[in-house]
Design a protein around this ligand. Structure first.
Ligand SMILES: [Zn+2]
Length: 700
C-alpha cells in the first residue's frame, strides 16, 4: 500500500514513547493494513471523491502530543445521500480498533464504508442503505495505540496514557461507564493489558466516542469490531452469571434473535462459524457451554451503549478462529492475520453489517400502535400534555370478550399488516402479557409468552393470530387489575431493533383493565387517592358499554372536588334500574381523574375500575344465583359501614377547605341524610334478596 506516513523527527518521538525499544523514524509500511496516516488520507480521498455522500469528521483525539503535527485524530466517515441533510434518518455506527494490535478491526469497517460509496450507483441494496440511513464508520478508535503497535510493539493492546508509574496504557474497552470497575473482567493494575483506567471514561478515546454517540438523535445500532476467535458478543459482558443478582438485559430475546440472524448471514458467505457461546444465556441448562471459550469484560462498550441507549450493540471478534496455527516465532500470534484473509473477513462481515443496517429502517410487516400509525418511528411523541397519539391501546390487538373478565378465559388476537405488494410467508407472531408496572417492552424475560405461531400475509393485506389468555383474578404488583398484552412480529427480512413499541413497528401493545363480574347493581365501589404532594382537582368520569338504555349510572353528588396530599376517597356509584325492568347486562367503567390544582399545570392522571353489571329480576333468578347473591350480603354490610365512614370523610374535606363551621355542619347533615338514604337502599336490596329466595311456584 502506498506510504503516506509523515516523517517525524526522532527526538520528538522519544519524548513520548515509554518502555520498549526506540521506534522507527517513520511509521512502517504495514502492507495491505492501513497505518494511521494512510487511513487519514484514505478517508479524506473518499470524502473528496463522493462529496454529496461522505464526510470525514474528527470526533476527538488520543493522548499523545505530536508537536507541530498535533494529536492523532479519531476519524469518523459519515455516509448518507445528501450527507448535509440527514436529520430524520436512522443512524448505525461501525467502530474498529479499540485494541491497538487488532489491525483487521480497522480494515472491516473501512472496507464496508468504501463498499457503500463505491457501489452506490450500481447496487440497489447499497443505494437503499445510503439513501435511507446514516452509516458512521469509525475505523480506528485508538490511533495512538495503533501507531505504537505499528512501530514499536506489535502486540500492544491499550491506548497510550502515561500511568505515571513507568507503565503506559488503559484498555479503552474496559473504560466505559456501565459496571465499570468490577474485579471480574478488568484489572486495576496499571501494567496489565485489561487495565480499566483510574475512573470510568477517564480516556480521551472513550470520552470522544461517548460524546459522539450522545450527540446522535436517531441512533439504532452499533457494532464494534475486534479480533480474534470468531464470535458475536452481546450484553451483558460484565458477568457470566446471569442469576439471580445479575439478570440478563430485558432485551435479551431480541438481541439473541439478531445475533443468530447476523451470524447465519455471515456464515452463508464463506462458511465460517462465528460462535455464540460467550454468555450464560447460551449455555446448556447444565451450565456447560455449547462451544467455549467464555469471556467476561466489565466497563465494556456494548454494555454501556445498550444500557445508555437501549439499542442493540454487538462486539464481533473476527478472524482467525484460533492462534494455534501460528509458529512460535510470531510476535503476536492470533492478531497477525495474513493479508490473504482480509478480503474474505471483510466480505462475510459486510453481509452481517448490511443485515443489521437494513433492520434500522421500519420494514414491510407491521402492527399499529394507534389508528393513524403508518409504520414510521417513533410512532408517538411526548408533548406538554402527554404522549400523542396514545400508543398503549393498539387497534391491532383485542380480546374476546372486549372487556376481559377477571379470572375468566379470554381470547386475544393480533392483526399483522403487510405494507408490501408481495405476499410474505413465515411471519412469526408472539403474543405476550405483562404486569405493566414491571415492563411494557416486548419481547422480555419479564413477560409471559401466551403463545406464538407462524402466519402468511397476503400482498398489501392483513392476517390475524389468536391465543387463549387466562385473565388473572388477582391484582398486579401495584394492586391494580391492569395488564398489558404485547405483540412481537418478526421475519428474517424484518427483525425489530427495539423492544419499545414506539420505536419499532414490529412491536405493539394494548392495556386491558379486566372487569369484575358483579351481580350487585346497587353499589360499584371505587377509590381515589392523591399520592402527590400538592392539592389535586378530583373528578370522576363514567363510561358505559352496552348498558341497557333505561339504566342510569348515578354518582354520589357529595364527592369532594379537591383531594389534599395523601387524602383517600372511597366512593361508590349506583346503577339505577327502573322498576319492572327485564334482565340485562352491561359494562360500567369508573375513572378517577386527578389534575394538579395549580395554574398552568393541566396534566390529568388517574386510573379506574371496570364493572360488568348484570341484573336479573327477582322472579327470574335461578336458584344457583341466589347462593352467589347471598355471599355478597357480607360485602353489602361492609359497604354500609363504609357509608357511615364516608360521612366523616366528607366532613374532613369540608373543614380543610376552610368553610365556616355553620356551613360545614349543614353540609355534613345533608351528607348524613344521603348516607342514611343509601343505607335504606341497601336494606331494600336485602328485602329484595329475601323475596327472591322465596320458593317460586313450580312450572306447570
Ligand atoms: Zn479487542
Amino acid at each position: 500500500m502506498a506510504r503516506n506516513g509523515l516523517l517525524l523527527p526522532f527526538a520528538l518521538l522519544t519524548a513520548f514513547i515509554g518502555g520498549g525499544p526506540a521506534m522507527a523514524t517513520h511509521p512502517p509500511d504495514l502492507g495491505a493494513y492501513h497505518t494511521y496516516d494512510e487511513l487519514t488520507t484514505e478517508l479524506a480521498s473518499l470524502a473528496a471523491a463522493y462529496p454529496t455522500r461522505a464526510q470525514r469528521i474528527s470526533i476527538g483525539h488520543g493522548w499523545e502530543m505530536l508537536g507541530e503535527f498535533g494529536q492523532r485524530q479519531i476519524w469518523a466517515l459519515k455516509i448518507s445521500s445528501d450527507v448535509d441533510k440527514t436529520e430524520a434518518k436512522p443512524e448505525i455506527v461501525l467502530v474498529g480498533n479499540h485494541h491497538a494490535r487488532e489491525w483487521i478491526s480497522v480494515e472491516v469497517p473501512l472496507a464496508i464504508g468504501r463498499h457503500l460509496l463505491d457501489n452506490y450507483a450500481t447496487n440497489p441494496a447499497v443505494r437503499e442503505v445510503v439513501d435511507s440511513k446514516v452509516v458512521w464508520i469509525i475505523p480506528m478508535l485508538n490511533p495512538d495505540g495503533h501507531a505504537y503497535s505499528a512501530t514499536t510493539n506489535r502486540c500492544w493492546r491499550k491506548n497510550r496514557r502515561n500511568n505515571g508509574d513507568g507503565t503506559f496504557g488503559v484498555d479503552p474497552n474496559r473504560n466505559y461507564g456501565y459496571q465499570w470497575g468490577l474485579a471480574s473482567g478488568s484489572s486495576g493494575t496499571t501494567s496489565v493489558d485489561s487495565y480499566r483506567g483510574p475512573f470510568a471514561f477517564s480516556e480521551p478515546e472513550t470520552q470522544a466516542f461517548r460524546d459522539f454517540l450522545r450527540s446522535r438523535s436517531n441512533l439504532r445500532a452499533v457494532i464494534s469490531y475486534h479480533s480474534y476467535t470468531q464470535a458475536f458478543l452481546r450484553p451483558w459482558s460484565y458477568t457470566l452469571d446471569f442469576a439471580p443478582g445479575n439478570p440478563p438485559p430485558p432485551a435479551e430475546p431480541l438481541l439473541k434473535d439478531l445475533s443468530d440472524e447476523l451470524r447465519s448471514r455471515l456464515q452463508s458467505v464463506h462458511g465460517q462459524v462465528y460462535k455464540d457461546c460467550l454468555f450464560q444465556a447460551d449455555r446448556e441448562p447444565s451450565g456447560a457451554c455449547r462451544s467455549p471459550p467464555h469471556y467476561e469484560a466489565s466497563g465494556e462498550m456494548a454494555d454501556w451503549i445498550h444500557h445508555e441507549f437501549n439499542i442493540p450493540a454487538f462486539t464481533i471478534e473476527v478472524r482467525p478462529l484460533s492462534s494455534s496455527t501460528w509458529p512460535a516465532s510470531h510476535s503476536c500470534p492470533g492478531f497477525e492475520l495474513p493479508e490473504s484473509e482480509i478480503t474474505p473477513t471483510v466480505e462475510e462481515n459486510l453481509a452481517a453489517a448490511m443485515r443489521l443496517i437494513h433492520y434500522a429502517q421500519p420494514g414491510d410487516i407491521m402492527i399499529r400502535d394507534h389508528a393513524g400509525d403508518t409504520g414510521a418511528v417513533p410512532s408517538s411523541t411526548l408533548t406538554p400534555s402527554g404522549w400523542s397519539p396514545v400508543f398503549w391501546l393498539s387497534p391491532d390487538i383485542w380480546s374476546d370478550p372486549p372487556v376481559p373478565i377477571r379470572g375468566d378465559p379470554a381470547t386475544v388476537t393480533a392483526r399483522v399488516h403487510n405494507l408490501s405488494s408481495s405476499p410474505i410467508a413465515g411471519v412469526t407472531v408472539q403474543i405476550w402479557y405483562t404486569d405493566p408496572s414491571i415492563t411494557t417492552e416486548f419481547p422480555s424475560p419479564y413477560a409471559t409468552l401466551l403463545g406464538q405461531g407462524v402466519i402468511a400475509l397476503p400482498a398489501s393485506g392483513t392476517a390475524e393470530f389468536s391465543v387463549p389468555w387466562s385473565v388473572p383474578s388477582t391484582p398486579n404488583s401495584v394492586g391494580e387489575h391492569h395488564w398489558c398484552v404485547g405483540v412481537v412480529i418478526k421475519h428474517p427480512t424484518d427483525l425489530p431493533l427495539s423492544t419499545q413499541a414506539i420505536y419499532s413497528n414490529n412491536v405493539a401493545f394494548h392495556n386491558f383493565v379486566p372487569a369484575e363480574l358483579t351481580i350487585s347493581p346497587q353499589a360499584l365501589r371505587f377509590e381515589a387517592r392523591n399520592t402527590a404532594t400538592i392539592d389535586m382537582d378530583f373528578d370522576v368520569r363514567v363510561t358505559t358499554d352496552r348498558l341497557p338504555p333505561s339504566w342510569r349510572v348515578v354518582l354520589d353528588p357529595g364527592r369532594p372536588k379537591v383531594l389534599k396530599p395523601g387524602q383517600r376517597y372511597l366512593g361508590f356509584a349506583q346503577v339505577a334500574i327502573p322498576a319492572g325492568a327485564s334482565a340485562g347486562e352491561g359494562t360500567v367503567s369508573i375513572h378517577g381523574v386527578l389534575t394538579p390544582h395549580h395554574p398552568g399545570v393541566r396534566r390529568p392522571i388517574g386510573s379506574g375500575v371496570t364493572y360488568r353489571v348484570r341484573y336479573v329480576p327477582p322472579d327470574r333468578l335461578p336458584a344457583e344465583e341466589l347462593g352467589l347473591i347471598r355471599s355478597h350480603e357480607d360485602l353489602l354490610k361492609g359497604q354500609q359501614r363504609l357509608l357511615e365512614k364516608l360521612g366523616t370523610v366528607y366532613t374532613e374535606v369540608l373543614t380543610t377547605r376552610g368553610m365556616s363551621d355553620d356551613r360545614a355542619v349543614k353540609l355534613a347533615e345533608e351528607l348524613q341524610t344521603l348516607v342514611r338514604r343509601q343505607a335504606d337502599r341497601i336494606d331494600s336490596f336485602e328485602d329484595f334478596l329475601r323475596r327472591a329466595e322465596k320458593p317460586r311456584p313450580k312450572q306447570p
